[in-house]
Design a binder for this molecule. Structure first.
Ligand code: ACO
Length: 331
């Protein structure tokens, strides 16, 4: 019997207009274009400016474009999942707000928090609702306004992050395309190296927590780097091996954009040349849940039906994962 699978049938993404360059950062903190470029690969990042605009703004832009592009009515959507670490507010879920603002009324919706791995965790969660035959049209949004939790006086973190969002439509297929295999992992002991100290139930916001800048991203870069570089490469190789894939069978590696050196190390371990690796970190920085939809959106015109994609991510938690996807359509 043919197996029901889930496949990405359309994609859209949005990055805000304002561009924060390395040169502008040089005027804000003690850093240099040379340091940022050689250590991270980043040249510029997009920042969402404007009062009252949060992550849902990025998500709404992405979803409205997706509905239009795919010719889908908001009424047809069964479920919307928003992967984010910068929700508009603690509750309700940003997914609920995106649905309200895009006219999606027949769906249930929720946020999923797995830091930079949130988008791929969400893709697999959504794919299960499709494979079970329960739902036919699901939107997965990955969006973060990282500038809302970045301390622009801390040179160790402010050079890394940017704002963006993207959205994909998932639909059922009986063809030999879509989500083929995945590996998802987490290790909460890694929380000491990458977290937000205050604002949760352990340490609610207070004058002290604000004075001590505890609502910003805290990252021990080197510790995170070591874990990321090993684990993202390990699972990317593992998924190749267990699907009997050689480097020549892979059309594209779609890696989370945290650091160019992590991306290159992963590609090397997989035996992939650079021309098979999607990289746009130089333009956007690390947009957390926005990186993977932004890549797929920018590369959509080059993707062909049946292309083998390995989509890999690593993030706070620690969380990490990889998905083997056969691309489902020619643009
Ligand atoms: N400009 C100039 N110098 C800097 C800067 C900067 N922006 N930032 C740090 N430095 C200095 C440090 O102070 C240090 O100086 P010292 O040697 O005098 O003490 C030196 O540069 C080296 O610092 P490191 O932290 O060792 O630099 P590293 O090469 O590790 O790069 C970075 C830092 C870019 C953060 C890297 O460690 C990294 O990419 N880590 C992984 C990030 C990641 O994958 N995060 C997961 C996803 S994020 C999420 O889930 C939300």
């Amino acid at each position: 019997m043919r197996k029901l699978k889930a496949a990405i049938s359309s994609i859209n993404a949005y990055a805000p207009d304002y561009i924060l360059t390395n040169q502008e950062l040089e005027t804000m903190v003690d850093t240099s274009d040379e340091w940022i470029t050689t250590r991270t690969g980043i040249k510029e990042r997009h920042i969402l400016k404007g009062n009252g605009l949060g992550t849902s703004y990025l998500g709404v832009k992405a979803v409205n474009g997706l509905l239009k592009k795919s010719g889908t009515s908001p009424d047809e959507i069964d479920l919307l999942i928003c992967a984010t670490v910068t929700p508009d507010m603690q509750f309700p879920a940003t997914a609920n707000i995106i649905c309200d603002k895009t006219g999606i009324k027949n769906a249930f919706s929720f946020d999923l928090n797995a830091a930079c791995s949130g988008f791929i965790y969400s893709l697999i969660t959504a794919s299960k609702y499709i494979e079970s035959g329960v739902y036919k049209k699901i939107i997965v949004v990955g969006a973060d306004k990282m500038s809302s939790i970045v301390n622009y006086t801390d040179r160790q973190t402010c050079v890394i992050f940017g704002d963006a969002g993207g959205a994909v439509l998932l639909e059922p297929t009986y063809e030999d395309v879509g989500f083929i295999d995945y590996i998802l992992r987490s290790d909460g002991s890694g929380r000491v190296h990458l977290h937000q100290k205050a604002g949760g139930s352990v340490k609610p916001a207070s004058h002290e927590s604000v004075d001590e800048k505890q609502h910003f991203v805290y990252q021990e870069g080197q510790a995170v780097f070591k874990f990321a570089v090993t684990n993202m490469a390990d699972i990317s190789v593992e998924i190749m091996n267990r699907n009997n894939m050689k480097s020549e069978d892979i059309a594209w590696l779609v890696p989370h954009q945290a650091n160019l050196r992590i991306i290159e190390a992963t590609a090397r371990r997989m035996g992939l040349e650079k021309d098979k690796v999607m990289i746009n970190i130089q333009k956007y920085g690390n947009t957390t849940n926005g990186t993977i939809p932004l890549l797929l959106w920018e590369w959509e015109n080059q993707l062909k039906k049946g292309d083998n994609l390995i989509v890999s991510a690593f993030g706070g938690g620690f969380t990490w994962g990889t998905i083997y996807v056969k691309w489902a359509y020619d643009s």
